[in-house]
Ligand binder design. Structure first.
Ligand code: ATP
Length: 135
C-alpha cells in the first residue's frame, strides 16, 4: 500500500463539492487515514508550492489557495499516488477528460478543485509538511 497527500482546494469547499469529491476517492477503494479542515496561509502555500513560487502563475495561485478553508487529507491504497492523479484528471479542468474530478467539475486551470502528490518523494514531503504527526 501507498499513501498520497490530497488537498481539496478552497473552490471545492466554497462550491459544496467536498462530499462529491471525497465519495469518488472512497468509492474507488482508497482509505482516508487523516483529514483536516485547514485555512492555508501564505507561508504554508509557499512551502507546499515551493517548486512553483517563481512562476508567473504563482501569485494568483497563492491568492486562491489562501482564499478560504481547504480539506487536507492522507489517502491510502494500492498505488494511491497514481490512482489519485488518474481520478483528478489533467491540471486544466477545461481539458481534463470527462469522468475525472476536474473533467466533470472544473472549468479552470487554477481553480481545479483538488491536488494530489505527484511522486512518492512529493507524498513524503507533503505529508511531513501537512501532517507531521503521520510522517
Ligand atoms: P496539483 O499539484 O495541484 O495536483 P498538478 O500537479 O496537476 O496540480 P502543477 O503543474 O503541479 O499541476 O500545478 C500546481 C497547481 O498550480 C495547479 O493545480 C493549478 O491550480 C495551478 N496552475 C498550474 N499551472 C497553471 C497555469 N498555467 N495557470 C494557472 N494556474 C496554474
Amino acid at each position: 500500500v501507498q499513501r498520497s497527500f490530497v488537498l481539496l482546494k478552497p473552490d471545492a469547499v466554497r462550491r459544496g463539492l467536498v462530499g462529491s469529491v471525497l465519495s469518488r476517492f472512497e468509492a474507488k477503494g482508497l482509505s482516508i487515514v487523516a483529514l483536516q479542515l485547514r485555512q492555508v496561509d501564505g507561508e504554508l502555500s509557499d512551502q507546499h508550492y515551493a517548486e512553483h513560487v517563481e512562476r508567473d502563475f504563482y501569485p494568483p495561485l497563492r491568492e486562491f489557495i489562501t482564499s478560504g478553508p481547504s480539506i487536507a487529507m492522507i489517502v491510502e491504497g494500492d498505488e494511491a499516488i497514481e490512482v489519485v492523479r488518474a481520478l483528478n484528471g489533467a491540471t486544466d479542468g477545461r481539458k481534463a477528460a470527462p469522468g475525472t474530478i476536474r473533467g466533470d467539475l472544473s472549468l479552470s486551470n487554477r481553480e481545479n478543485l483538488v491536488h494530489g502528490s505527484d511522486s512518492p518523494e512529493s507524498a513524503a514531503r507533503e505529508i511531513a509538511l501537512w501532517f507531521p504527526e503521520h510522517s
